[in-house]
Design a protein around this ligand. Structure first.
Ligand SMILES: Nc1ncnc2c1ncn2[C@@H]1O[C@H](COP(=O)(O)OP(=O)(O)OP(=O)(O)O)[C@@H](O)[C@H]1O
Ligand SMILES: [Mg+2]
Length: 384
């Protein structure tokens, strides 16, 4: 069964699309109404590229690798998370795209999750809850990315994201807090994470950094704006795409310098191109700034027993962390004195994880030593 929708960008009609509800994909594109507003990287010569738009649309659904998803789908008797997308109009709390059933007069103001309430049903089910009879699919959890168990909630009117850790150490939420503390000291714009405990498990909680005025465009999307020529490496191609998108090259470099430095200090293994991005205005399409650094939890050897901690592979530009450091243009902004006694703060942050028996003192000591050594290395590079 195929239904007709209008792909919307906030209040702008972008294109007519036909969606196959069973498969959850875009089977056909009708008239393109406003090509400028197509999701970045899905236009080809002023027209919509079917393959690229379909990849973008299906990539909006909960990834198949999401922890606990299979259970949730089994509970619901549904085979594929993509079929949730149309049930919640494709709305998200990270951007301003959505789909309007053709012939209806639904409006962004009444639909968006930034200002309107949403159901907690899908979030409950993703967290292992049971299916109720009249459950509602109207939830931004249908469009949230990433493999860790997570859900959106409304708390005091704010949209907050709860994100779990993983066995055996449950370290990811604490790594987010350590990364927040590090970036606070270094004055690097970041999402601030805190810990909440629910049923003896720790979760990181952060506020939404977007609004009805601003949306996130991932680096992955930016890099689809133009094909990568063979002579360019991924870093050069990325910078080139940012410039084509209208950003100032020096601002992008300054941001990447900071992000790569932080990632080196925390030995981040997962800074893929969907784990950083840029904020733009969905009406003017103007890029405003890099997004504050988010999702730094897959770091500090989060799943390795102390005895197995050794080398790791970095992302997104180089797999060798030392090689990736060489892409940094300037350390002028790096003030090592801001990191005096930082490892003590790390110890304090991790303490509750030891108290609850998830990690021991040997692990805390090892993490502190790793961070200290990596800070020393950056300080040496910064000193020239
Ligand atoms: N504070 C936030 N405000 C708005 N959107 C957010 C926020 N944090 C994350 N997101 C969006 O949700 C997505 C998933 O979140 P996040 O990257 O933190 O999860 P993850 O499970 O750790 O991902 P990964 O699979 O990369 O490890 C992000 O890619 C981003 O699009
Ligand atoms: Mg992520």
């Amino acid at each position: 069964m195929e239904s007709k929708y209008v792909l919307m960008h906030k209040n702008t009609e972008v294109a007519e699309v036909f969606i196959n509800e069973m498969i959850g994909g875009i089977s056909k594109i009708g008239d393109v109404i406003n090509a400028d507003h197509l999701p970045p990287g899905t236009a080809k010569k002023g027209n919509a590229d079917h393959r690229a738009l379909n990849e973008w649309w299906t990539g909006r659904s909960i990834p198949a690798s999401r922890s606990g998803l299979k259970n949730a789908l089994d509970n619901l008797g549904i085979s594929n998370a993509r079929s949730f997308l149309t049930k919640s109009y494709g709305l998200s709390l990270s951007d301003h795209y959505w789909i309007k059933p053709a012939g209806t007069s639904l409006a962004w103001d009444d639909m968006n999750f930034f200002e309107n309430d949403f159901s907690e049903d899908i979030g409950n089910i993703l967290f292992g809850g049971v299916v109720s009879e009249n459950m509602s699919f109207i939830s931004p959890d249908n469009t949230s990315d990433g493999w860790l168990k997570k859900r959106w909630k409304i708390s005091d009117g704010k949209r907050i994201l709860l994100k779990a850790g993983s066995d055996p150490f449950e370290q990811e939420p604490f790594n987010e807090v350590i990364a927040s503390a590090l970036m606070k000291r270094l004055n690097v714009p970041h999402v601030s994470y805190e810990i909440v405990w629910i049923d003896d498990s720790p979760y990181s909680v952060c506020e939404n950094f977007l609004s009805t005025e601003t949306e996130l465009v991932s680096a992955h999307r930016i890099m689809q704006i133009t094909p990568k020529p063979n002579h360019q490496n991924s870093y050069e191609h990325f910078l080139n795409c940012c410039v084509i998108a209208g950003m100032k090259k020096s601002d992008v470099i300054a941001f990447i310098d900071r992000m790569l430095t932080v990632d080196y200090i925390i030995a981040n293994q997962d800074r893929h191109f969907n784990n950083f991005g840029f904020i733009r205005n969905a009406e003017t399409l103007e890029y405003i700034s890099p997004a504050p650094v988010y999702d730094s939890g897959t770091s500090l050897f989060y799943n390795k027993p102390v005895k197995r901690i050794e080398n790791y592979e970095s992302k997104p530009f180089r797999t060798d962390p030392e090689e990736q450091l060489k892409l940094i243009t300037s350390f002028d902004w790096f003030d090592a004195s801001e990191l005096n006694d930082f490892t003590n703060e790390v110890g304090e942050i991790l303490y509750p994880l030891m108290e609850t028996g998830f990690i021991d003192y040997v692990r805390i000591k090892k993490i502190k030593d790793i961070i200290a050594a990596r800070i020393d290395h950056i300080a040496e590079l910064a000193a020239g």
